[in-house]
Design a protein around this ligand. Structure first.
Ligand SMILES: *Cc1c(COP(=O)(O)O)cnc(C)c1O
Length: 400
């Protein structure tokens, strides 16, 4: 079977909820992926930052195989020998004292929202069913009905109502708007320290610190969604660390398993996650020993192999290189660490055609929000590999 055969088969049976580049990947290693026709590409998306550690990292693959031979799922009806080690690893790395494991990112966000509401009623003293949560324009936090209820992307909501009430939207990057939106019923503010799907948007300097202070002054929980920006992507363990804050709640996912298995988690403290009692919340697969073993190794690899520092340094190098390209199409190069957005002028007629041109030169990148090309390769990328990529990216950005 060749590329066309696979695509035809997929189109025949698959729901049409994605518009992928027409490359059929068959295997991968590190920053490189190979398609069914034997072509090789550099992966500059890294599965939306789920493979920060690089594809099929040998240590993580070994952890998965070893654990798969022992026990994979017990359900939380019984305890397993891997979950406690996962908790310990994550707590030591992040400094958070309580953790709730889930699978997908959306589930972690749902869990954080449930925790915030229950904290609001049981601890803050908000009247039953009155809790409000504030979110930002242009956010992305997943695809469940509750999460799309606070999306500002019309397409995400169209046809899926009735939506979940209890959310207020304010402009991303606007500190005053938060101050004005808070009421005695506000239980939480949820924010991406860098908006990923929104187009790699870095808020104004001081925004996180200032909004954090406002939340503290009003007894409102500060939730950062670090599912994409976290675990080294931004050049620090968490993107919120650039402003020296310690959010009350952090959601993580994606790279938590190095791309081998869905694992997500909510990090917080005992006052907040302590609101959950047995039966309040759960997941059949959440906290399973296979995911836990994979996550422990994924976290170890991230720090022991210096990937966060590499992201910081080479991200800076990559952005500087991108800024030297004298393209009439480029409006802005932005980002932190290896979380990079190249925004094109509307006259460039969309980022998609640039991504297709990159594909023909052996680089896989994905447009986000029409006019932005995102460059987010695995954090193990080398300077030489960035130089190789830049030769090709430059040619593409200089096309008509
Ligand atoms: C990807 C993402 C999610 C959702 O994660 P899924 O695993 O796709 O459910 C939530 N928040 C942010 C910021 C993300 O980038």
């Amino acid at each position: 079977m060749n590329t066309q055969d696979y695509i035809a088969l997929e189109e025949k049976y698959g729901a049409n909820n994605y518009n992928p580049l027409n490359v059929v990947i068959d295997k991968a290693q590190g920053v490189w992926v190979y398609d069914v026709d034997g072509n090789k590409y550099m992966d500059c998306l890294a599965a939306y930052s789920a493979v920060n550690q690089g594809h099929c990292h040998p240590r993580i693959v070994k952890a998965l195989k070893d654990q798969a031979d022992k026990v994979t799922l017990t359900s939380r009806a019984f305890r397993n020998s891997q979950l406690p080690l996962f908790y310990e690893e994550l707590a030591k790395l992040t400094g958070y004292e309580m953790i709730l494991p889930m699978n997908s990112g959306a589930e972690a966000v749902e869990t954080a929202l449930k925790a915030a509401r229950k904290w609001g009623y049981k601890i803050k003293g908000v009247e039953e069913n009155k809790a409000e949560i504030i979110a930002c324009t242009n956010n992305f936090a997943g695809r469940t009905i509750t999460i799309i209820s606070f999306s500002t992307e019309e397409q995400y909501k169209d046809g899926f109502g009735p939506l979940t009430p209890g959310f207020k939207i304010i402009e991303y990057g606007n500190t005053t708007a938060l101050e004005e939106a808070i009421t005695p019923n506000t239980v939480a503010f949820i924010v991406e320290p860098i908006q990923g799907e929104g187009g790699v948007i870095v808020p104004p300097e001081g925004y996180l610190k200032d909004t954090y202070e406002i939340c503290k002054n009003n007894n409102v929980l500060y939730i950062t969604d670090e599912i994409q920006s976290g675990l080294g992507r931004s050049g620090k363990l968490f993107a919120h660390q650039y402003e020296g804050i310690t959010p009350d709640v952090v959601t993580i996912g994606k790279a938590l398993s190095g791309g081998l298995y869905p694992v997500s988690a909510v990090l917080s403290n005992k006052e907040i996650l302590g609101v959950f009692n047995p039966g309040d919340h759960g997941s059949t697969f959440g906290g399973n020993p296979l995911g836990a073993a994979v996550a422990v190794e994924s976290l170890k690899v991230l720090t022991e192999e210096n990937m966060i520092q590499n992201s910081f340094e080479l991200g800076k190098y990559f952005r500087e290189k991108l800024r030297t390209v004298n393209s009439k199409h480029v409006k802005e190069v932005r980002g932190k660490g290896l979380f990079i957005g190249v925004e094109l002028f509307p006259e460039a007629k969309g980022a998609r055609r640039f991504c297709e041109a990159l594909q023909s030169k052996g680089i896989l990148a994905k447009e986000t929000h029409e006019n932005v090309i995102r460059f987010a390769p695995p954090l193990i990328i080398t300077k030489e590999e960035i130089d190789w990529a830049m030769e090709r990216i430059e040619e593409v950005l200089l096309m008509d």
